[in-house]
Design a protein around this ligand. Structure first.
Ligand code: MF3
Ligand code: CO
Length: 277
């Protein structure tokens, strides 16, 4: 487990801002009639404009190489979907937009699931609960806490709300490579697991299915599908563990301060949690 020094933290902040900008601009584009291929192409163009590289394109898993700039997962696609021309977004769909970029040798990773036009109340609730669970997890990413404190924050909320947390994929450390130690599962007990230290860079990324947590792989070898064939949601931020407050580096434009961002988010999402920071 690597703790980042001053200079490395600066680079994490810089790449985090870029990753957030790409994600924000792509989410703005999501509309009925767009193909996922067009969104991915736009992702490649925005990355070029910002002078950053995709950390997804060329990513290796065994003998497979991920082909696109971003991961775009529609409806029951959970993660690692590939944008294609034939996939035209329809009113009522949901799209997970997962953006990982590399800049000055460091990686920032963030994801959001957005509605395409209007979605049903139950689908809207799925997105909301998943986003809430991200914040309920990451507010525990504090120096000397344990990984299980994050995991249980995520899991308890998802379980209380009657959705299914996915256990096949986990969050992760991040830095010069996309996936570093420690793993950050979205399930587990508070007070257990590796201890968090200030300066650790991690990605917290709850993935939530509507009914049951089962996953199967699509024929393309990358896309994970929800076995229940119902919509699935995924939200992710990259953050630096610190003493008083986690520092979210993938803040959307307009934010320089994670505490302000978190307070606003918790209020907007109707979450009543006492923050010590
Ligand atoms: N946010 C995803 C993850 O952490 C990004 C994967 S990139 C891919 O797993 F190339 F593996 F798809
Ligand atoms: Co990730």
């Amino acid at each position: 487990m690597i703790c980042k020094n001053f200079k490395e933290k600066e680079r994490m902040r810089k790449v985090g801002r870029s990753a957030a900008e790409v994600l924000d601009r792509l989410c703005e584009l999501v509309k009925p009639g767009m193909s996922t291929w067009e969104i991915d192409e736009a992702g490649g163009e925005i990355m070029e404009e910002l002078g950053v590289k995709s950390a997804c394109k060329g990513y290796r898993s065994g003998h497979r190489i991920f082909p696109s700039h971003t991961c775009l997962s529609v409806n029951e696609e959970v993660v690692h979907g590939i944008g294609i021309k034939e996939c035209i977004l329809q009113e009522g769909d949901v799209l997970s937009v997962d953006v990982c970029v590399k800049q000055d040798g460091f990686i920032g990773d963030n994801c959001r699931t957005v509605p395409v036009g209007e979605v049903t109340a139950e689908v809207a609730r799925l997105l909301r609960v998943t986003e809430q669970s991200l914040y309920l997890g990451l507010i525990n990413a504090l120096h000397k806490n344990r990984v299980g404190d994050i995991s249980s924050g995520v899991q308890q909320h998802v379980r209380d709300q009657g959705f299914a947390i996915i256990t096949n994929f986990v969050g992760h450390g991040v830095g010069r490579t996309l996936h570093e130690d420690p793993q950050i599962p979205n399930f587990g007990k508070a007070g257990t697991g590796p201890q968090l230290r200030k300066g650790m860079a991690i990605c917290v990324e709850p993935m939530v299915n509507t009914k049951n947590p089962g996953i199967r792989m699509a024929k393309d070898g990358w896309t994970a599908l929800a076995e229940d064939k119902l919509p699935s949601a995924h939200f992710e931020h990259t953050l630096l563990v610190d003493v008083g407050t986690p520092e979210i580096v993938t803040l959307p434009p307009g934010y320089h301060h994670a505490t302000k961002f978190l307070k606003e988010k918790l209020e907007q999402l109707d979450l009543e949690v006492e923050l010590d920071f």
